[in-house]
Design a protein around this ligand. Sequence first.
Ligand code: FUB
Length: 324
Amino acid sequence: MKSLITGACLALAALGVAGTATAANPLFPKLYTADPAALVDNGRVYLYTGHDEAAPDGKDFVMHEWRVFSSCDMVHWTDHGVPMKALDFRWAKGRAWASDITRRVVDGKPVYFFYTTVEHATIPGFAVGVATSASPTGPFKDARGSALITNDMTTQTNIAWDDIDPAVFVDDDGQAYLYFGNTVLKYVKLKPNMIELDGPIQTVTVKDFTEASYVHKHKDRYYLSYSQHFPEETAYMTGPSATGPWTPGGVIMEKNTGTPTIHQAIVAFNGKSYIFYHNAQLPGGGEFRRSVAVEELKYRADGRIEPVAQTEHGPASNPSAGCR
Ligand code: FUB
């Protein structure tokens, strides 16, 4: 298997579309990447990012597509290219902002559900779309032919980008939730088909919330992490269920220099936990030219998360024996 992957990577690298990278942070030295999302599947970790394409003096995000990478050890990464572009949603105007991913078995087969932020072409503001694929590396196709969430469905603020950064969480009982929002944190239940809302959009009061909400579970505890303030730092709360009530836990990662955003994803892989985030540490990096990095994340005995420092060396190799 390893030689097949290596051979495939060499061939793809020759085409200039994919290849392998040995980690140290930032993970991908030839590409500006942002807004990480992660999925562990068959012992392999898949990492989904946005692609920052702004010019060095750019004054806004230029993001047309998402990228996907994978690793069996958190150190060597395979580039699987572009699983989807913003304009693959025919109702979208563009802007491939943050995404998240989950896997469910439908009719006995795995289906990968990719939730994304894009700008809507006809309903002013940003929207959430959902796309599916039979493979974690795509290609992903619009699952509905219409947006799942549009800016006119929420009224807490009049910000055009207040319905961004979808994060999907499937609880142990099978109920799926989608968290999203800028300035106001919202969540909604998803129907079992994963492509329709099931009930009203709810809000969560979170002091200093900015964006990038993300829910994961560790042992019996639920963790809601998010970006707070601007420039952003990564904070978290804990609770007894996927809907809280939430108790503040503190700061996981301090703010960046060079970019005000930080956008995390937290995942358990091969017996350890990791936090993906972005910074501006690649040469030529900045607010609109970010780069994804990863660190090991540790829990204290009482369940609290230890503060995580950004490093250049990244985590130690953690080879997954079951990696396919
Ligand atoms: O990448 C565009 C936006 O910047 C994301 O939606 C936010 O989370 C922030 O990272």
